[in-house]
Write a protein that binds this ligand. Structure first.
Ligand code: DC
Length: 222
């Protein structure tokens, strides 16, 4: 089955998806990492974030792959090179919304996502999984949390890596990325009509994982 988990930045998608996949022994596909890898390569190759044609070509040719990593955290590769850390840099984060808004980039990525997710049981997280990539996913969940809480989580994540950031700036960045991702013409961030909304503002990680697992089990037994 396909479990589609969509939502804005910092709602907890990747942590929750990884843990739910581990609990059921399913595969986890992080589609944000794919857009980030294309963005990293574009920055390195000096391709402008507005150059739709060149970005589409890059997205089509880039060899992006995943391997299981420690704690179920997928390791990301571009060709033979590991880019797991590099794709989370502030430069990539600042450019990824613009790069991922181009239709040719999305077409190339969506085709690969369908291929990767089309086999077996899989948890796929992103922005358009329930609406575009897998509109027939058996279970769709849209994770949300307040802006303040999402910024707080991102700040703690960065601080854990030794990067000092201020809360207010994080809130502004997150709001800007949400705006961009929600208002783009192609596959904007929005819940599918049949998605289950789950607000995680006041929930701990384990509570969210339990809730998602419960929803999956209800679907399986129904
Ligand atoms: O989940 P993330 O923060 O790693 O995603 C990075 C960006 O990639 C996000 O700002 C928008 C884009 N993205 C997308 O457009 N569609 C997806 N399915 C996943 C991510």
């Amino acid at each position: 089955m396909v479990l589609a988990i969509d939502g804005p930045a910092g709602a907890g998608k990747s942590t929750i998806s990884r843990m739910v996949a581990a609990r059921f022994g399913w595969t986890y596909l992080d589609t944000g990492a794919m857009y980030r890898a294309v963005t990293l390569l574009a920055l390195e190759q000096g391709i402008a974030p507005g150059d739709s044609g060149a970005l589409g070509q890059l997205a089509e040719n880039a060899e992006i792959s995943f391997q299981p990593g420690p704690g179920g955290q997928p390791r990301v590769f571009a060709g033979c090179r590991e880019v797991t850390e590099d794709i989370r840099s502030p430069e990539v984060t600042a450019a990824v919304s613009e790069v991922s808004a181009h239709a040719p980039v999305r077409e190339a990525m969506v085709a690969r996502q369908r291929e990767a997710g089309g086999q077996g049981d899989v948890v796929v997280d992103g922005r358009d999984i329930g609406t575009v990539v897998f509109p027939r996913a058996e279970v769709k969940i849209f994770l949300t949390a307040s802006n303040t809480e999402r910024a707080r989580r991102r700040r703690l994540e960065l601080e854990g890596k030794g990067v000092a950031v201020c809360q207010e700036r994080m809130e502004q960045e997150i709001a800007a990325r949400d705006d961009f991702d929600s208002s783009r013409a192609v596959a904007p961030l929005r819940p599918a009509a049949d998605a289950i909304m789950l607000d995680t503002t006041d929930l701990g990680i384990e509570q969210v994982v339990d809730r998602v697992a419960e929803i999956v089990q209800q679907n399986q037994s129904g």
